[in-house]
Ligand binder design. Structure first.
Ligand code: COA
Length: 392
């Protein structure tokens, strides 16, 4: 879309008819994360963009704007043939129940990253939590503030299940964060879930080469994904804001700190899905918690509460849900004031002893999974998941 139509989209509302957004007033108080002024400024900055960010990003902007100013989507679904309004409605609906505060913050982050990507005034001028790099992600919100890079999984309507595209974006975000000047890198999720693990629909997109080709490509992606954690050179912190499943749990053994809300749970239902462990958990879990507790999780699908996961050493500390965000972020802001080189070099010393081992474990886990993904056990389990959904 050309510049004119982008302006139309932001100002005269031709593309997504922003004029249909009802007039609103904010309280003139500061919001959690982004202030009223920052939100207004982000809106103004949107109209200065020179490049068209693409329909998907524009739909996201629309959805965040609606969520921020109106709240969760509560309007009737447009008819199948009303393509534009249906796309807008789907995008808004996909934000689920995220709060207006969070939507305002995400809106500022997104506009900030678009402005920064064009090399205009820095994202810092737009957003309370500006983008860490000039990368714009479709499935993540990446921001920096107070020397902390935050990578937030951003598919709340799908409980932050990780699609193929999202794996690629996380790898890229980790590589960018490894190079930036921030002291800490934080991983967290948007909405009520931390992450529901691998998006099971990844298994339903069978390429022409068949299931074997899908499994091989998936294996290579998984190998690179886990490698990005093994090689990550700076302190990596998980802020587990809700339930965590599958690969989002297994990689935790490679994080330097794991802070969890007391409402979080930790579940690795691999055998239930006809699969096998990844994220180096077949090595890190027995080391962290002993082999019988690791077996309960990795073989027998035992779901742990946050407190249980803390007792087993997978989680560093558990916080009450009501004060989770404020307590954790104030702790992290103080940690981020420590000398960055000392922190990074100390982490590297602690991890270097087992780095080769982790790469070998990653390779072995990937090989096993490539075989599992082509098995009847896995096929039947994934089909059952989607059939159960279809019956609801
Ligand atoms: N893959 C694909 N879609 C997923 C998903 C996943 N891992 N996790 C959640 N979703 C989707 C659901 O299908 C649903 O989509 P819909 O709104 O189009 O129906 C949406 O996200 C919301 O999930 P829902 O199941 O309605 O929420 P819930 O609170 O009842 O349950 C989970 C959440 C995560 C417990 C449940 O979705 C689940 O068990 N997901 C599978 C987790 C899994 O096995 N991960 C792989 C581990 S290896």
């Amino acid at each position: 879309m050309a510049l004119m139509s982008l302006r139309g989209f932001t100002q005269t509302s031709r593309w997504l008819r922003f004029s249909s957004v009802p007039a609103f007033k904010f309280h003139q108080t500061s919001m959690m994360g982004a202030t009223v002024e920052q939100f207004e400024e982000a809106k103004n900055k949107l109209s200065t963009l020179k490049k068209d960010p693409g329909n998907e990003v524009k739909l996201k902007i629309y959805a965040l704007f609606k969520q921020a100013t109106h709240g969760p989507c509560d309007t009737p679904k447009p008819g199948m043939l009303d393509f534009v309004n249906k796309a807008k409605w789907d995008s808004w609906k996909s934000l689920g129940a995220i709060s207006q505060d969070e939507a305002r913050q995400q809106y500022c982050n997104l506009i900030g990253s678009l402005v920064a990507a064009e090399g205009g005034s820095s994202a810092q001028e737009v957003s309370a939590q500006p983008a860490a790099s000039d990368h714009v992600y479709k499935t993540l919100l990446v921001s920096t503030q107070d020397d902390i890079t935050t990578i937030k999984l951003n598919r709340p309507a799908k409980k932050n299940a990780i699609t193929t595209e999202m794996y690629e974006e996380i790898i890229d975000a980790l590589q960018q964060a490894a190079k930036d000047t921030c002291v800490l890198t934080v991983f967290t999720g948007a909405g009520d879930f931390y992450c529901s693990g691998n998006d099971l629909s990844n298994f339903t997109k069978i390429p022409e080469g068949g299931v074997e080709q899908m499994a091989k490509a998936g294996g290579e992606l998984l190998r690179r994904y886990v490698k990005a954690y093994i090689d990550f050179p700076k302190p990596l912190v998980a802020v587990v804001n809700g339930p965590a499943v599958g690969i989002s749990v297994t990689v935790l053994g490679m994080f330097d700190l794991v802070y969890a809300t007391d409402s979080a749970t930790f579940h690795t239902p691999f055998s239930q899905l006809g699969q096998s462990p990844e994220g180096c958990s077949s090595y890190t879990y027995p080391r962290l918690m002993g082999s019988s507790k690791a077996s309960e999780m990795l073989l027998f699908n035992k779901k742990l509460t946050a407190v249980q996961a803390c007792q087993l050493g997978l989680v560093t500390e558990v916080f009450p849900d009501s004060s989770f965000q404020s307590e954790v972020w104030s702790r992290l802001r103080s940690y981020a004031k420590l000398p960055p080189n000392s922190l990074a070099l100390s982490k590297q010393l602690m991890r270097s002893v087992e780095k080769d081992q982790l790469h070998a474990v990653n390779d072995a886990e990937v090989e096993r999974l490539i075989e599992r993904w082509t098995s009847d056990e896995c096929f039947n389990a994934v089909m059952s998941f989607f059939q159960a959904k279809a019956k609801l």
